[in-house]
Design a protein around this ligand. Sequence first.
Ligand SMILES: NC(=O)c1ccc[n+]([C@@H]2O[C@H](COP(=O)([O-])OP(=O)(O)OC[C@H]3O[C@@H](n4cnc5c(N)ncnc54)[C@H](OP(=O)(O)O)[C@@H]3O)[C@@H](O)[C@H]2O)c1
Length: 285
Amino acid sequence: MREVSIVGLGIMGQALAKALLSSGFTVTVWNRTARKAKKLQSDGAKLAASVAEAIQASGITVFCISTHQDTLSLLNSAGVVLDGKSVIELSSGAPEDATELASYIELQGGRCLVGMILSYPSGIGSERASITTAGDEELWRESEEILSVLARNLSYISDDPKALATMFSALFISRQGYLFGMVYGALLFEKAGLPIQAYLDMLPQLNPLLQDYLDVVRTSVGSDNYSNPQASLETIRGAFDDALAPYKALNTRHDFPELMAEIVDQAIAAGFGGEQMTAILKVLR
Ligand SMILES: NC(=O)c1ccc[n+]([C@@H]2O[C@H](COP(=O)([O-])OP(=O)(O)OC[C@H]3O[C@@H](n4cnc5c(N)ncnc54)[C@H](OP(=O)(O)O)[C@@H]3O)[C@@H](O)[C@H]2O)c1
């Protein structure tokens, strides 16, 4: 299938349409603000006069607008026929909205795959981009030709569309934990009156260690076995004391690192002191 429609030409929708055009797809586009389609039209995209026309033009339509609720509103607009049509929803939204959208499309005789893009628009089509999906499994298989143009790393997690919101939360909290940690590190450096650039220059040195953490998480959580640590929870608890000491000495805010230390204490009190750091999962459950 070499035809695809794109609804939504914001920064991301433009990048998606451009990548598909470059790969030789026949691309039909629609955007609420039509002037945003001008450049794509000159690159060969066809401009639909309405959402209904965009959906009619191709078997699969990719939506990339603000939210699932906005997509639902557009699908409710005049003349939209979904029978026999497929929607790949790449807009964001709450879990219950994903369920509502997929149910609505299926009730109208269509199919729906909800996807989450893990990339900036500039990364679309590259090795760095990932798209993870949930929803209609048959559509997932049929969409591979389109999605593989947009991202090199593709995955399908469940036939339940709201599973994607769980994946979003888990990945968001993972990366925000790291970001928060770096900011708390900067805070300490500032308070200590040390040159912040020295800290910023050292941060990339953490990268190999992060790869080790990734391996530990994948092997221990993946097997639910937290034995044979390279550094036990007891050892790490000692390092937390050392790490917290400068914050306390400088009377610097340390609530985030303190919370981490408290959770480690709970895990040790529960008898997991000789296990991997990831054994904290057992007290968080
Ligand atoms: N940018 C990123 O890095 C990134 C990364 C991953 C995922 N995403 C997701 O991709 C989606 C689009 O993001 P974006 O960065 O392209 O945002 P954007 O540049 O702000 O574009 C928003 C798009 O949604 C359209 N839109 C908003 N409300 C609408 C409505 N009620 N009816 C019809 N069209 C509506 C806008 O139309 P107008 O042009 O008429 O305003 C525009 O095409 C979002 O769900 C975002 O979470 C973005």
